[in-house]
Design a protein around this ligand. Structure first.
Ligand SMILES: O=c1[nH]c(=O)c2[nH]c(=O)[nH]c2[nH]1
Length: 309
């Protein structure tokens, strides 16, 4: 006998661009890629070819655009995702869980004569702001709970010194030479959880959660960049941990932080064949960036509940 263990569906890659005309003549913009999925009493569509409980993915796509037009949270990925996710579970009696993921593309105001322009923007980086919201109404529509995980992806950084890698395991498999000075480059993938304590969340409560998601994102981005730039790194591992510690210290609403940092290697090109010195750290000026393989360093750091203040 077969058992349907998991069933969820929805619309992925819904592209939406929202502009807001402010009273002072400035415009705000947000460009998002949205994925909205639902779970619930939907099994018979899979097992019995019965679509009678299926809200069409086309309708879900329509909801994304309608919410973008009407939600008071149309510029906040976390609040918008909460709004849509709570709507999906509260509006349909037979849907009990929803998942809304948003990828926000980077549009920044163009500086003109040193001032950010009112309505002109530039895509100045691959960096994406992410949020992933899940709503669970399994215990009842009046007892909906939510989880929020946000983050940064594809933030490319590089430093040309104050990075080393020494004193690691030397055995018969080792060919790597220790270096006290090297290039360090990574594409930051960071995610952080923001626990929502309410055990009965409603759409109207979103405005009063008392969590400044925008400020948390800016703090995480700033810490990532500043620690990367200033930490005299003994390893990717050590720098990653410093970032997590500071994020948890500065943001009381963040429960835990995960970084996935590829170590994007830049190898000094050997020019000895031409009588040029380019391999010792002090001589290295020309490097070969290597796409693959890369190191990959991952950690999740949470608050230590047992730690004394
Ligand atoms: O920062 C680093 N961590 C490692 O674990 C590692 N391994 C390696 O070959 N180079 C590096 N660099």
């Amino acid at each position: 006998m077969a058992l349907l263990k998991l069933a969820k569906y929805g619309k992925d890659k819904v592209r939406v661009f929202r502009m807001v005309r402010n009273a002072d003549g400035t415009h705000d913009v947000a460009e998002w890629i949205v994925c909205a999925l639902v779970e619930g009493e939907i099994e018979k569509a899979w097992t019995e070819s019965d679509n009678s409980n299926i809200v069409a993915t086309d309708s879900i796509k329509n909801m994304v655009y309608l919410f973008s037009k009407q939600s008071p949270h149309c510029l906040s990925p976390e609040k918008f995702a909460l709004d849509l996710a709570l709507h999906l579970v509260s509006h349909y009696a037979h849907l009990h869980k929803s998942h809304v993921d948003i990828t926000q593309l980077k549009w920044s105001r163009i500086p003109v004569a040193g001032k950010p322009h009112k309505h002109s923007f530039v895509r100045n980086g691959d960096e994406k702001r992410l949020t992933s919201v899940s709503v669970d109404g399994t215990a009842g529509k009046d007892k909906m709970t939510a989880t929020v995980t946000s983050g940064i992806k594809d933030l490319l950084v590089l430093k040309t010194t104050e990075s080393s890698f020494e004193n690691y395991v030397f055995d018969k498999f080792t060919t790597l030479k220790p270096v006290d000075d090297r290039i360090f480059s990574t594409a930051v993938d960071c995610s952080y959880t923001i626990p929502i304590s309410s055990s009965s969340l409603t759409r109207s409560a979103i405005a009063n959660l008392g969590i400044d998601f925008e400020a948390i994102y800016r703090s995480v981005e700033k810490t990532t960049l500043e620690i990367f730039a200033t930490h005299n790194s003994a390893s990717v591992q050590a720098t990653l941990y410093q970032m997590c510690e500071k994020i948890l210290k500065d943001n009381k609403h963040v429960g835990e932080v995960t970084y996935k940092l590829p170590n994007k290697h830049y190898f000094a090109v050997d020019m000895a064949y031409y009588g040029l010195k380019n391999t010792a750290p002090k001589d290295a000026e020309v490097f070969m960036p290597v796409d693959a393989p890369s190191g990959l360093i991952i950690a999740t750091v949470a608050r230590d509940a047992s730690a004394k203040l």
